[in-house]
Ligand binder design. Structure first.
Ligand SMILES: NC(=O)c1ccc[n+]([C@@H]2O[C@H](COP(=O)([O-])OP(=O)(O)OC[C@H]3O[C@@H](n4cnc5c(N)ncnc54)[C@H](OP(=O)(O)O)[C@@H]3O)[C@@H](O)[C@H]2O)c1
Length: 307
C-alpha cells in the first residue's frame, strides 16, 4: 500500500513538473477574434515570440489580406461548435478576444461553446480579454453581463486560464472621431488608466510563458490616468489636429438619436451611461501582475502619428 502511495506521489510530482515544462515551451495557439483591433496585436506578439499561431475568422479572405501568408488562417464561427472543434485540433492554447455589436450575448454563447469543445481537443490553456469593470454588481449593463457569464464559464471549465480585465485602450480613441469632430457623450468625469494594445499583447504572451499566470485575473492598466475628454484632446492635438473635441450631454445625444434616427448613436448610449456611472472599477490587488504597461498616451500618439 505504501509502495502504491509512493508511486502515485511520484507520478503527481512528475505531472506537475510536466505541466510547468509544457507552459514554458512554444505553443500552438488558436486566436479567436485575432482579426480584431485588440486581437491582432496579440496575434502578432505571440507569433513574434515563436509560438505557432492560428487565427479563427468568419472571413478568411479578409484575414489573409490583413496578415499575409505567414499566419495560419481557418474559417470558423464561435456559434458553430464543429468549426471550433476543427480549429482547435492540435492547439495547446486558445486566446479569446470577441466582439459583435449586433449580437449582444455573443461572448457568453461563444465562450460556452469554446469551453465545451476545448477539453476534447486537448486545450490546456485559455486566455480571455474581459473588462476591468466586469463584476456581478455591474451586470445591469448587457455588455458586462455577457462578459461576466463568459468569465464564469471559463473558471468553471477546469481548463487553466488567465482572464485579462482591461481598462480603456488608447487604440480605441480613433473610434470617437467622425470627420473633424471628436465627441464625448455625457460628462465622463472618471479617469481611466489608458493602455496601449501592444503592452497588453506583451502581457498575454507572458501569460503563456509563466506558471504564475495560471488561474489568475489580471487587471491591465496603463501608466497614467485621464478622463475621456483629456485623452481625446491629447490624441487630436498629436494625431488628428483638424478634429476638435466637443461634449454632448447624454439627454441631448438621446434626443438627437431619436429625432434624426441615428442608430449608431442610439446603440452607443447605454455604453456611455455605463462608463459614466461605473468608471474603471479595477481591483488594485491584481493590477498588472504580468508586468506594468509603460507606454504613455503621448508616446502612443507619436507612434500612431508616424505610421
Ligand atoms: N475598446 C476597449 O477599450 C476595450 C477595453 C476592454 C475590453 N475590450 C473588449 O475587447 C474585446 C475585443 O474588442 P475589439 O475592439 O478588438 O473588437 P473588434 O475589433 O470588433 O473585433 C472583434 C473580433 O471578434 C470576431 N468575431 C465576431 N463575431 C464572431 C463570431 N461569431 N465567431 C468568431 N469570431 C467572431 C471578429 O472576427 P471576424 O470578423 O474576423 O470573424 C473580430 O476579430 C471586446 O470584447 C471588447 O469589449 C475593449
Amino acid at each position: 500500500m505504501n509502495c502504491i502511495a509512493g508511486i502515485l506521489l511520484i507520478l503527481l510530482i512528475l505531472s506537475n513538473k510536466l505541466r510547468i515544462v509544457r507552459i514554458n515551451m512554444k505553443q500552438q495557439i488558436l486566436i479567436i477574434g485575432g482579426t480584431g483591433m485588440l486581437g491582432a496585436p496579440v496575434t502578432r506578439r505571440l507569433c513574434a515570440e515563436g509560438n505557432a499561431v492560428r487565427i479563427l475568422t468568419r472571413t478568411p479572405d479578409a484575414a489573409r489580406k490583413k496578415f499575409g501568408a505567414e499566419y495560419e488562417i481557418v474559417a470558423g464561427d464561435v456559434q458553430d461548435r464543429n468549426s471550433l472543434a476543427q480549429a482547435m485540433q492540435g492547439c495547446q492554447g486558445v486566446h479569446i478576444s470577441l466582439n459583435d455589436r449586433a449580437i449582444p450575448d455573443l461572448e457568453r454563447r461563444g465562450v460556452e461553446n469554446i469551453v465545451q469543445v476545448a477539453p476534447r481537443a486537448g486545450v490546456q490553456r485559455i486566455t480571455y480579454l474581459s473588462g476591468a469593470s466586469v463584476k456581478q454588481e455591474n451586470c445591469w449593463y448587457a455588455g458586462t453581463a455577457t462578459k461576466f457569464a463568459a468569465e464564469q464559464a471559463i473558471r468553471a471549465s477546469g481548463i487553466p486560464y488567465t482572464i485579462f480585465k482591461a481598462t480603456f485602450f488608447m487604440d480605441a480613441l480613433p473610434r470617437f472621431v467622425r470627420g473633424t469632430r471628436a465627441s464625448v457623450i455625457g460628462n465622463q468625469s472618471k479617469p481611466w488608466h489608458w493602455v496601449a494594445a501592444n503592452d497588453y499583447a506583451q502581457m498575454v504572451a507572458r501569460a503563456y510563458a509563466e506558471q504564475k499566470a495560471v488561474d489568475q485575473d489580471v487587471y491591465v492598466l496603463g501608466p497614467q490616468a485621464f478622463t475621456l475628454e483629456q485623452a481625446l484632446k491629447t490624441y487630436c492635438a498629436l494625431v488628428q489636429p483638424n478634429a476638435t473635441v466637443s461634449r454632448l450631454p447624454l439627454w441631448l445625444a438621446d434626443l438627437m438619436a431619436r429625432a434624426f434616427g441615428q442608430k449608431e448613436l442610439a446603440n452607443a448610449l447605454p455604453f456611455f451611461r455605463y462608463t459614466e456611472k461605473v468608471g474603471e472599477n479595477a481591483d488594485a490587488a491584481a493590477v498588472n501582475a504580468l508586468g506594468a504597461p509603460t507606454t504613455t498616451l503621448e508616446q502612443w500618439c507619436q507612434r500612431i502619428g508616424n505610421e
